[in-house]
Design a protein around this ligand. Structure first.
Ligand code: URA
Length: 210
């Protein structure tokens, strides 16, 4: 596996992903699985976060040196709409994280990404920025969102998704070679409509019941 791409080959992740791909999942089941998987993605993506020392007083009155996250360590940036699906699970794991938002939509014919909205903390350069999108398909949205984050001062950026296509991984790496991609699976290919094969269908529609 190449260093910029991490596939989380953990049995629990593969087990949950198997249920997630199944078309018979209800919206409630789909949401619960995405929440669990995004928590596990957050665990992987945050393994190098900087810590600061904190002295705590123990129950017996003595003190010891512990380590806590720096307050401005993290910013989660879902690419709306589907990226929001990963947000709650990640916030379960890192509730102190700041959240930025970006709306990027694929043009239905060209599949190129168009930006409609962007809002993020002003000190992005001090934070690890974790970009969320369940599906890395063509990579157009991811490339556009990360370009925008860099314009806004972001430095350290990790892209997280549930399922990646080789085409999207290649495109994202070519355009942003400094960005690590963490995914639960690397699927086979894209179909003619830009959907991942085997994939899990339209992740946004399945999560939001549309
Ligand atoms: N977006 C999805 O929701 N699914 C895909 O397969 C590709 C893009």
């Amino acid at each position: 596996m190449v260093p910029y791409l991490q596939i989380i080959d953990h049995p629990l992740i593969q087990h949950k992903l198997s249920f997630l791909r199944d078309r018979s999942r209800t919206v409630v089941e789909f949401r619960a699985l995405v929440r669990e998987l995004s928590l596990l993605l957050a665990y992987e993506a945050t393994c190098d976060l900087p810590l600061m020392e904190k002295i705590v007083t123990l129950p017996d009155g003595s003190s010891c040196v512990t380590h806590k996250l720096e307050n401005d360590a993290l910013c989660l940036i879902p690419i709306l709409r589907a990226g929001s699906a990963l947000l709650e699970g990640m916030l379960d794991f890192v509730p102190t994280a700041s959240v930025g938002h970006i709306v990027v939509q694929r043009h239905h014919e060209t599949l190129a990404a168009e930006e409609f909205y962007f809002k993020a903390p002003s000190d992005l350069g001090k934070r690890l920025c974790i970009v969320l999108d369940p599906m890395l398909a063509t990579g157009h949205s991811a490339v556009a969102a990360i370009r925008r984050l860099k314009q806004a001062g972001a430095g350290a950026i990790i892209f997280t998704c549930l399922v990646a296509a080789p085409e999207g991984v290649k495109h994202l790496h070519e355009m942003h070679p400094d960005v690590k991609i963490i995914s639960c699976a690397l699927d086979e290919k894209l179909d003619a409509d830009g959907y991942i094969v085997p994939g899990l269908g339209d992740a946004g529609d399945r999560f939001y019941g549309t």
